[in-house]
Design a protein around this ligand. Structure first.
Ligand code: GLA
Length: 386
């Protein structure tokens, strides 16, 4: 990838000028703990070896040129003019937002040429937007100053750009995983305090598989906001009786005793039970009980399907196909839901058979073509040796 990026950069911007610097920002999967980050509980994501590469070189003027080998248009930002979100700028609104918010936070930026190249399928719930935001912020900070970059602050900054400039009301999980990932480890993150712990994701004779439904997450934004709202309503009711700081601090008994509305009760039951599942799953993993961990992944999917209602026909079909194929010990949707990707833990020596059975079964039940890859777990955003 980096060699392609080098050649393409010289073609796009010319071979002359200051040195070019190269960077990588991973996508992420969440292993368990879905829709928990905005409810203040525990999530367990990992950064992927799939992601977005970026190349950057300073210019002599006040322009930042943004090009991507994956998307159009090319957008030029004049650092002396107001920066606004414009729908015609498409993908480039993400880096534009980063530029604006860095300037607004008092960083001085020089003009530069930037080229991106990703191998992360976008719109599939693997956090391509968080990867792009974190990458742009890390690149611009690195070329503009020598001061150390606090990656937790970087994640919070990227979330702010996504919330305020892009207008997506996401939690902190994706940006945190992309910025703070560690090779071969998953991150146990407390979303209330941002305390975290790296847990080796040692799978013995199993592999982590990503299964792309190839169904874009169409409804995801409106339904995502609806779920956030339902969680807030559920918390408000529970707080009439008990002083929970967030929904994850409520107990299952609180949920059953105080929530009379069926929808709110089911939403809250997912959140409280999922937060417990994360903590149990991580303990099992630490004890080397991969089967126990995988069973909780499956339980998580059932709760997201039945109580939280964020999976959908394609994700359910994919998870069902995975369970029917031999070698699978657990499977679930990952990310916001309503399309995108599911993940599974699969016996490594059965991978080939698993992939062909899943692809065939999924095609029969949905008419769609699945993409199945074995996931590698990578470090968070980083400067690459050119
Ligand atoms: C999306 C959001 C995250 C998180 C997940 C669901 O990926 O960006 O903040 O809420 O959905 O777990």
């Amino acid at each position: 990838m980096i060699n392609t990026l080098k050649i393409e950069f010289a073609q796009a911007y010319g071979a002359e000028g200051q040195p070019v610097q190269y960077f990588f920002s991973p996508g992420r999967v969440n292993l368990i703990g879905e829709h928990i980050d905005y409810n203040g509980g525990y999530v367990f994501p990992a950064a992927l070896t799939l992601g977005i590469y970026g190349a950057i070189r300073l210019r002599q003027d006040n322009l930042i040129v943004l090009k991507s080998l994956n998307a159009m248009p090319v957008v030029t930002v004049d650092l002396n003019k107001p920066i606004e979100n414009q729908s015609a700028d498409g993908w480039a609104n993400y880096p534009k937002g980063v530029i604006k918010y860095l300037l607004d936070s008092g960083y001085s930026l020089k003009g530069c040429d930037i080229l991106f190249l990703g191998n992360l399928p976008d719109g599939t719930g693997l956090s391509s937007s968080a990867a792009l935001l974190v990458l742009t912020a890390f690149m611009l900070r690195t070329v503009n100053s020598d001061t150390a970059i606090d990656k937790v602050e970087l994640a919070k900054f990227a979330q702010k750009v996504e919330n305020q400039f892009i207008g997506v009301n996401c939690g902190i999980m994706d940006q945190f995983a992309v910025a703070m990932g560690q090779k071969d480890c998953a991150i146990l993150l407390d979303c209330e305090t941002l305390q975290y712990k790296y847990i080796p994701f040692a799978l013995k004779e199993y592999s982590l598989v990503i299964m792309n439904t190839n169904k874009k997450r169409e409804l995801s934004e409106s339904k995502y906001n609806e779920r956030r709202n339902e969680c807030e309503q559920a918390l408000a009711v529970i707080r009439r009786y008990t002083p929970a700081a967030n929904l994850c601090q409520a107990t299952l008994a609180n949920v059953e005793d105080y929530l009379t509305d069926d929808i709110l009760r089911r939403r809250a039951r997912h959140i409280v039970s999922e937060n417990i599942r994360v903590q149990t799953a991580v303990k099992l993993l630490e004890q080397g009980d991969i089967n126990g961990f995988a069973q909780l992944m499956t339980a998580s999917h059932m709760s997201l399907k039945d109580d939280y209602e964020v999976s959908g026909q394609e994700l359910d079909a994919m998870v069902d196909s995975a369970h029917r194929a031999s070698g699978c010990i657990g499977a679930r949707m990952t990310g916001a839901g309503f399309g995108g990707c599911a993940i599974a833990l699969v016996q490594t020596d059965k991978l080939e058979e698993f992939t062909s059975v899943v692809a065939a079964e999924y095609k029969t039940s949905t008419g769609r073509t699945a993409a199945v890859y074995v996931a590698g777990i990578a470090n968070g955003v980083s400067l690459l040796k050119g």
